[in-house]
Design a protein around this ligand. Sequence first.
Ligand SMILES: Nc1ncnc2c1ncn2[C@@H]1O[C@H](COP(=O)(O)OP(=O)(O)OP(=O)(O)O)[C@@H](O)[C@H]1O
Ligand SMILES: [Mg+2]
Length: 154
Amino acid sequence: MKPADFRADVFYTASADETAGLGKMLAGTLKAGSVVALSGGLGAGKTIFAKGMAKGLGIEEEVTSPTYTIVSTYEGRHILNHIDAYRVPDERDFYETGGRDIIGEKGISVIEWPEHIRSALPSSTLWVVITILDDGRRRIQIESPEHGRIQASE
Ligand SMILES: Nc1ncnc2c1ncn2[C@@H]1O[C@H](COP(=O)(O)OP(=O)(O)OP(=O)(O)O)[C@@H](O)[C@H]1O
Ligand SMILES: [Mg+2]
């Protein structure tokens, strides 16, 4: 994928490496406080995308899915907070456990299952919506706030 393609809103990836590459390129455009919501069903490629973002931020530590810990924090060119809201029971729980406090702070935050904590997300959130196509490729739509926020399905 050529960087010039990056201006488009929709991408198609044929492998996990290509999806990670897109995450890596996106990370290069982010600044401190950026919040990225990764929307998509089970196995869509959210964690693969987050791993690519980590690579783009110069993080060498292996990024694994923080399903049980909810938040993992890594240090690179920016701090990266990788949040997996899959097991967050409700938004109030996320606020009470301090999860909301780290979003939009000095680090970059990337969130899997963002629909579970929708009200905790700032309006500036960048939405990345991953869909598995019939042929196995992924359709990845990147929606910036200037274009209006995506109403991703639950
Ligand atoms: N084009 C593609 N992009 C991303 N992953 C792909 C692609 N094609 C195949 N895969 C495979 O799909 C799987 C995606 O797994 P991943 O853990 O990233 O999904 P996820 O969305 O984080 O799932 P979960 O909801 O369980 O957290 C990997 O096994 C990966 O190798
Ligand atoms: Mg995952």
